[in-house]
Design a binder for this molecule. Structure first.
Ligand SMILES: Cc1cc2nc3c(=O)[nH]c(=O)nc-3n(C[C@H](O)[C@H](O)[C@H](O)COP(=O)(O)OP(=O)(O)OC[C@H]3O[C@@H](n4cnc5c(N)ncnc54)[C@H](O)[C@@H]3O)c2cc1C
Length: 389
């Protein structure tokens, strides 16, 4: 087989890139390790920056998002049994949209299917060959048979555990990592959200987040020990613990119900540099991970797709390598800022096992500063709604 861009990974990065390229007449083949149902079963991000919304509009995949997504003009932050609000629209003129990653992915699959896009599911043993030559190719196995795709470029959109990043030699690749000493236990429940906007809560018992997908689907998280397992937590224990971590007036009106999904996610900050090796480009989680505090994971994946898409269009339409040559530098410049914000917001909101009395006082002082200082709120709002591409 032959294509211009071989895309490894059929998550949001790979699908969005493939759809945007298709609309500019640039063909691609997407290789996905799982089934479509499996990819659509993953409950992940839910807060979309305007940059991602615009890309989805460009991709022709934003109708349902505009019809069913929720515009959030601000967010709530609680500590010490009190709560304050940061108004995104007042500070930046821009809201965020709450619309689940599962739905984004569903819309992208629908668009690729409608356009006859080539996606291979359940592929195994994907290997990248000759990425540092002018004739790269990818091999993989499907239903016991080996296949080969010759291509101009390879987009590594295969997430943190994919093969793309590992294909870059260790002499070229440098990795930066921070592992946080806790995880997030999350549940999805068919109950109305406790508040109209997200509540990020710093409590003496640990962090909590009240989030949502729609008016009858809520997503709640509590900080938990890394050794915890989802089955250690009954629904009842989860709700009781959540109630202890949010302001009393919110806990009183919290509607509880059976969980329809329960999982634990570890928290990690991770960046690999560079994001390009020859004709291989890394996009999204394949290159970087942020802790979910601040909702930057899917949004940073989207900005990578934007830079790579622009670079590839420039290559095919204007015979220029300027865009692909500057891809890694441009993407990383924005990534590191999102990493900083996610690290800062995580540090502000969580309880750490080794936190001293002094550290706690610093956290409290910073929360007080954020509550009372307009400039601090503006900086927080600018980062939350997404820095410009
Ligand atoms: C549990 C969890 C919760 C999260 N919550 C949030 C959140 O609340 N807010 C937020 O902003 N972000 C969140 N994220 C992060 C966000 O979901 C990711 O940043 C986003 O999915 C990145 O998209 P991607 O396409 O780059 O990678 P992925 O979504 O990981 O997609 C990669 C795809 O590649 C496929 N693949 C992997 N290896 C291979 C291979 N060898 N061959 C072929 N295909 C392969 C995978 O099956 C997958 O479908 C969360 C992530 C996790 C894991």
């Amino acid at each position: 087989m032959k294509t211009r861009v071989a895309i490894i990974g059929g998550g949001p990065s790979g699908l969005l890139l493939s759809q945007l390229l298709h609309l500019r007449g640039i063909d691609s083949i997407v290789l996905e390790r799982q089934t479509k149902e499996h990819v659509l079963g993953r409950i992940r991000a839910g807060v979309l920056e305007q940059g991602l919304v615009k890309l989805l509009e460009q991709a022709g995949c934003a109708d349902r998002l505009h019809a069913e997504g929720y515009v959030h003009d601000g967010t709530l932050i609680s500590y010490d049994n009190s709560m304050f609000r940061i108004d995104f629209t007042e500070h930046t003129g821009t809201p965020v949209i709450v619309y689940g990653q599962t739905e984004v992915t569903r819309d992208l699959y629908a668009a690729r299917d409608a356009a006859g896009g080539h996606i291979e599911f359940q592929v195994e043993d994907v290997v990248i060959h000759g990425a540092d030559t002018d004739a790269p190719h990818v091999t993989y196995t499907s239903q016991g048979q080996q296949h080969r795709i010759d291509c101009d470029f390879i987009a590594g959109c295969d997430g943190f555990h994919g093969v793309s990043r590992q294909s870059i030699p260790l002499t070229v690749r440098r990795e930066y990592e921070k592992i946080y000493p806790f995880g997030w236990l999350g549940i999805l429940s068919q109950t109305p959200p406790v508040a109209e906007e997200l509540i990020y809560a710093n409590s003496p018992r640990g962090f909590a987040l009240c989030s949502m997908r729609n008016e009858n689907l809520s997503r709640y998280y509590i900080q938990c020990a890394l050794s915890d397992k989802p089955e250690d937590w009954s629904d009842e224990d989860f709700w009781q613990e959540l109630k202890r971590r949010i302001p009393a007036d919110q806990a009183e009106k919290l509607v509880t119900g059976p969980s329809i999904e329960k999982s634990i996610a570890p928290l990690r900050s991770f960046v690999t540099e560079p994001m390009r090796w020859g004709r291989l480009f890394l996009c999204g989680d394949a290159a970087h991970i942020v802790p979910p505090t601040g909702a930057k994971g899917l949004n940073t994946a989207a900005s990578d797709v934007h830079y790579l898409y622009q670079g590839l269009c420039d290559y095919y339409e204007n015979d220029s390598t300027a865009g692909i040559d500057s891809y890694s530098e441009k993407a990383l410049a924005r990534i590191w800022k999102a990493e900083r914000f996610s690290w800062w917001f995580s540090s502000l909101m969580h309880r750490y096992p080794d936190q001293s009395e002094f550290d706690l006082k610093m956290q409290l002082a910073e929360l007080e500063f954020l509550r009372t200082n307009k400039s601090a709120q503006q900086a927080m709002a600018e980062n939350y709604v997404g820095l410009p591409y």
